[in-house]
Design a protein around this ligand. Structure first.
Ligand SMILES: [Zn+2]
Length: 331
């Protein structure tokens, strides 16, 4: 069932976070597959690799094989019913209607103890352009408990034909709890005004820009500048490749942007010993790499991690160009 309940004027604060939390609890009671998958999550193994000022976690999660190995080619998409469209959702799936525009759904194949998919009610392509403000609004509404993720259509989204975000408990992704250290130790360039700060993080295996502000308008403007800069070095007519993590804490909005060069590293396409089935999305770029195959989990080493990030993240030249473009506006 879809709930169209809305907060009142006097009970707005954290209303959506409360309802979202309750949705998952209710679904664990009413939906066996989902309940079992959350239960099995506690059995997943995790390894931690230290890299000095930061760490990378690796999770072995066999349930994610469909998502990691997803065929997202146009032919494959056209020949399957869209699994995020309302009429194709499993019968057991309940949801919360948000602003008539999005459905908040408990994810039945979780990576996290609390994991949600937030889909547009209308079947429309995955794109952040035109939807970034929604991401900031959802981050604010759910921010007491949850962070939002966005995966570009060629950067880990398993349904690139249907606009969606994901949400999970906040501060579970390494880059979130490492943000202060990373900003202090690894940012090579900082721009900003009294209202917005931009940090360019390097020597972090992958490139990430952190934008911080308590003013939504400032972030929307900064994001627009960024997208325009990225477009100049992306394929024409396609959205620049990126992953985003967005958080909200005591009015401070923090957005982590990972511009991407490749969808999948060469290890994904290898056979035999050399194969590692990994398809990096926002979560992986944030420092939690999901591996559905146990053999990959057992053999992956720090050099593989360095190599995978290096391939999918943008090049040094690209990054320097981006810094220059942002500096033109903010320096
Ligand atoms: Zn759809």
């Amino acid at each position: 069932m879809i709930s169209s309940e809305k907060p009142g004027k006097n009970n707005h604060k954290d209303w959506w976070a409360d309802k979202t939390k309750k949705l998952l609890e209710d679904q664990k009671n009413s939906w066996e597959v989902l309940r079992e998958n959350y239960k099995n999550l506690s059995k997943t193994e995790t390894k931690i690799f230290g890299f000095g000022n930061f760490e990378v976690k690796v999770q072995c999660n066999p349930e994610r094989i469909k998502s990691t190995g997803a065929d997202v080619s146009r032919d494959a998409l056209n020949s399957r019913p869209c699994f995020l469209c309302g009429e194709n959702l499993p019968a057991e799936q309940d949801g919360l209607l948000y602003n008539k525009k999005y459905l908040i759904l408990a994810n039945p194949y979780p990576i996290f103890d609390e994991h949600f998919t937030i889909t547009k009610t209308k079947h429309s392509p995955q794109t952040i352009i035109g939807n970034f403000e929604d991401m900031l609004d959802l981050s604010e509404e759910l921010g007491r408990d949850y962070s939002l993720f966005y995966n570009g259509p060629k950067c880990g989204a398993s349904a690139p034909d249907h606009m969606h975000f994901q949400a999970a408990q906040k501060n579970i992704i390494p880059v979130e709890y490492e943000a202060d250290t990373v900003k202090e130790k690894l940012s090579t360039q900082t721009f900003g005004t009294p209202k917005i700060k931009l940090f360019f993080i390097e020597n972090f295996l992958r490139c990430v820009m952190i934008m911080e502000s308590s003013n939504k308008g400032e972030l929307l403007y900064g994001f627009k500048i960024l997208i325009n800069a990225l477009k100049k070095i992306s394929l024409p007519k396609e959205e620049p490749m990126l992953n985003i993590i967005s958080t909200y804490n005591n009015q401070l909005r923090r957005v982590f942007i990972f511009p991407r060069l490749l969808h999948r590293p060469k290890q994904f396409f290898e056979n035999g010993e050399k194969k590692i089935l990994v398809s990096p999305a926002a979560v992986d770029m944030g420092g939690l790499i999901i591996l559905p195959r146990e053999e990959d989990f057992n053999k992956i080493n720090p050099n593989d991690i360095i190599d995978i990030y290096r391939q999918v993240s943008v090049t040094k030249e690209f990054w320097e160009y981006l810094k220059k473009k942002m500096g033109d506006v903010y320096l």
